[in-house]
Design a protein around this ligand. Structure first.
Ligand code: NAP
Length: 329
């Protein structure tokens, strides 16, 4: 099927998809229950890496196909592609008639020693994006030496200056998230999100208290690498593991071990009108109350991942997946 006809097919369903929005934390910002991650957009290490190469035209098609599939939430960072990801995304957003919710991130490098560093980095991000403000601005990692409270103060200043609509953190533990929450509350601002690694093959946030704290505080858990860097699509096997940077972790032995889970994912998908393993894996993260942001490098990925929306796994299927994932991880 041609890409134009696929996009037209999704446009017909756009109105119904658009009703399906969730709040980002307790803000008024309404996002699709699934976003798109753009780490690989322009990244010199992942550009063309994997079985297929891709370029700017593919990324623009991924952006447009995502919107056509009802996805309005895109995640980037100042460090992705050394700024190229923000540049691509900003241009696509400016040229798009449908409103986009944009999240980016500040990296607290150890040489960034105070609030003014965040202000400068934010202005640089806005320049690259070509936008007047960011919907969600996140601290990328809880790195020393600057205290969490200082960065929260800087984020609150950015909100007061009208440069940022909502603030979040990423890779924060439950304790660090609590500190961030309290520091922002002292400035009258609610922490909107914590972006952490969460997938059927990485359920740490369920066991270390992060997911529960997100639920308790009404903070959105944004699930990154929800497809476990492509493994949960089922396209890699012990005989054909991924190449490049992923090869070391996701080697043949790892893939051998997780096959029983992938078999179950396939079986469950077949019972939902042939949903793919990726769609089942993403739906599972949505059913857990999180917002997954799978990476998409082309329209095919974006369209496939949008197919995780508009249906739900049953409680029994979620429980079966939970059990199978514990057995293989
Ligand atoms: N805050 C953080 O520290 C942090 C860290 C990591 C990621 N993130 C965010 O999370 C996003 C997603 O994470 P991720 O890129 O690491 O992993 P992911 O979403 O689990 O996997 C993405 C990869 O899977 C493959 N893929 C995606 N959809 C597919 C489909 N429908 N069919 C077949 N293959 C498909 C593609 O790679 P191949 O085609 O090459 O297999 C794609 O690059 C990032 O873009 C970024 O925004 C944040």
């Amino acid at each position: 099927m041609k890409i134009e006809s696929v996009i037209r097919y999704f446009q017909r369903g756009l109105i119904s998809f658009m009703k399906d929005r969730v709040k980002l934390g307790t803000t008024e910002i309404a996002i699709s229950p699934l976003g798109i991650g753009t780490w690989a957009w322009g990244d010199p290490f992942v550009w063309g890496y994997g079985k297929e190469s891709y370029g700017e035209a593919d990324l623009q098609e991924a952006f447009e196909a995502s919107h056509a599939g009802g996805i309005n939430f895109f995640d980037t960072a100042e460090v992705y592609g050394l700024g190229k990801s923000e540049q691509f995304l900003g241009r696509f957003i400016r040229e798009c008639k449908t409103p986009t919710i944009l999240a980016t991130k500040f990296m607290p490098f150890p040489f960034r020693l105070g609030k003014s560093a965040l202000r400068r980095a934010l202005h640089s991000s806005l320049d690259r994006l070509g936008l007047a403000r960011v919907d969600l601005y996140q601290i990328h990692f809880p790195l020393p030496p600057i205290h969490i409270e200082t960065w929260m103060d800087a984020l609150a200043d950015a909100v007061d200056a009208g440069l940022v609509r909502a603030v979040g953190v990423s890779n924060y533990s439950a304790a660090q998230m609590g500190r961030a929450y309290n520091a922002l509350a002292a400035r009258g601002i609610k922490l909107a999100s914590n972006q952490v690694h969460y997938s059927l093959l990485h359920r740490q946030p369920e066991f270390d208290g992060i997911l529960q704290l997100c639920r308790d505080l009404n903070v959105t858990l944004i699930a990154y690498s929800p497809l476990e860097m492509g493994i949960l699509t089922g396209k890699y096997t012990p005989a054909t593991p991924p190449s490049g940077m992923r090869a070391r972790r996701y080697n043949s032995a790892y893939l051998e071990r997780v096959m029983p889970l992938l078999d179950l994912v396939r079986q469950i998908g077949a019972g939902h009108d042939g949903k793919t393993p990726a769609q089942v894996a993403l739906n599972w993260t949505i059913c857990k109350g999180t917002v997954p942001i799978p990476g998409a490098k082309n329209a095919r990925h974006a369209i496939a991942n949008a197919g995780a929306l508009g249906w739900r796994l049953t409680d029994a299927e979620i429980a079966a997946l939970d059990r199978a994932s514990v057995e293989v991880t």
